[in-house]
Design a protein around this ligand. Structure first.
Ligand code: 5HM
Length: 337
């Protein structure tokens, strides 16, 4: 199948939702979920930095998306961290403490017997053989199907980097993807990994491709999908013209380690931030924005007050738009969306 193309994920998201809900190939019922399904869905995003849909009817949770990225990058599998941002993920845990299949950081960022992570191996490989077709990050493990009732089997089979024409392209292969709920988070985190890898290799960010065996929408979400389609189909619809910021070209890992420490303190409500204290961390402004998002989420989770104007005002316009739309009831008075 020829992949559909779009410049941004904002453009592609409603297109996939429309295909799955208006011309489904199957209606399936598995593990208690009834879904509309299309098989073998592929698409390509030309500018993967533009990884976010800006939809009134489906404002993404930027705090969760960035937390998931950190959770992956630091090889974590604990519910303590990810369950704080997405309490519903606790249902997929077999032991009440960890996740197995969903914790993609474990296969990707835990050091193996050769003293390297999978991530480092593929980057080393591309450094030596830039045209390689072997730069594969494997995620799905055959052992995941040993237990019939495994509550958490990886949905992502693998991801591949292809360095061509001086740009790092990424292709993700998923066995199944929930087009409404899961796909925005998966595209967000995978394209951040792509951007990070491109910077580590010192090359441009190429296009991002997404191949899915079973693309589906669970029936209870069909009404929400209709709202999204109504929003983009409305006469005179114009998407907000935000640009998602580009990651700085430096050793992001130093910033990421500091961000990870800061995140843990905010999550435990051990400290709090203002616009000024975030600037004083020494983080690059790009990572300061992520820290501000975690501070917004701390205020939302640990207090019952509106988010402070100071922190809200320090956010990049696109981030601010997403936060205002996600948590409209927690905005300071007079701070309209
Ligand atoms: O029955 P199954 O294991 O496929 O249920 C898990 C479902 O979670 C997937 O079918 C998919 O709808 C969703 N999912 C997703 O879309 C799960 C993960 C976690 O690996 C993901 N994207 N990253």
């Amino acid at each position: 199948m020829t992949p559909e193309n779009a410049l941004t994920f904002h453009e592609m998201y409603p297109r996939v939702l429309r295909d799955v809900t208006t011309i489904p190939e199957h209606e399936i019922c598995t593990r208690g979920n009834t879904s509309l399904e299309v098989l073998d869905v592929s698409f390509r995003i030309a500018d993967p930095v533009q990884r976010v849909p800006y939809l009134n009817s489906r404002p993404i949770n930027l705090a969760y998306n960035w937390a998931e990225v950190l959770w992956y990058l630091f090889g974590r599998d604990d519910l303590d961290m990810i369950g704080y941002y997405a309490p519903q993920m606790r249902q997929n845990s077999g032991d009440g403490r960890t996740l197995t299949g969903t914790a993609y950081g474990q296969p990707l960022f835990i050091t193996g017997p050769d003293g390297r992570t999978q991530w480092q191996r593929v980057l080393d490989l591309l450094g030596k053989d830039p045209d390689s077709k072997r730069a594969v990050l494997s995620i799905f493990r055959p052992e995941e199907l040993i237990r019939d009732n495994n509550p958490d089997v990886s949905c992502t089979i693998a991801a591949q980097f292809l360095l061509r024409g001086g740009a790092l392209h990424m292709t993700a292969y998923m066995r199944g993807n929930d087009a409404f709920m899961g796909m925005p988070s998966d595209v967000f985190s995978f394209t951040v990994l792509q951007e990070l890898a491109a910077h580590q290799l010192g090359v441009r960010v190429g296009h991002y491709s997404h191949h899915v065996g079973s693309m589906h929408v669970n029936l209870p979400n069909r009404a929400k999908v209709r709202k999204i389609l109504a929003e983009v189909d409305a006469a005179g619809y114009r998407p907000p013209a935000f640009r998602f910021p580009a990651m700085p070209v430096d050793d992001c890992w130093t910033s990421l380690r500091l961000l990870m420490q800061e995140e843990a303190g905010l999550r435990a409500n051990l400290h709090q931030h203002t616009g000024a204290s975030v600037r004083e961390t020494g983080l690059d402004p790009y990572w300061q924005q992520v820290l501000l998002v975690f501070e917004v989420y701390r205020q939302i989770t640990h207090t019952d007050q509106p988010v402070t104007r100071d922190v809200l005002g320090a956010l990049d316009p696109g981030y601010q738009w997403l936060i205002r739309h996600r948590w409209p009831k927690r905005m300071p008075e007079g701070a309209g969306a």
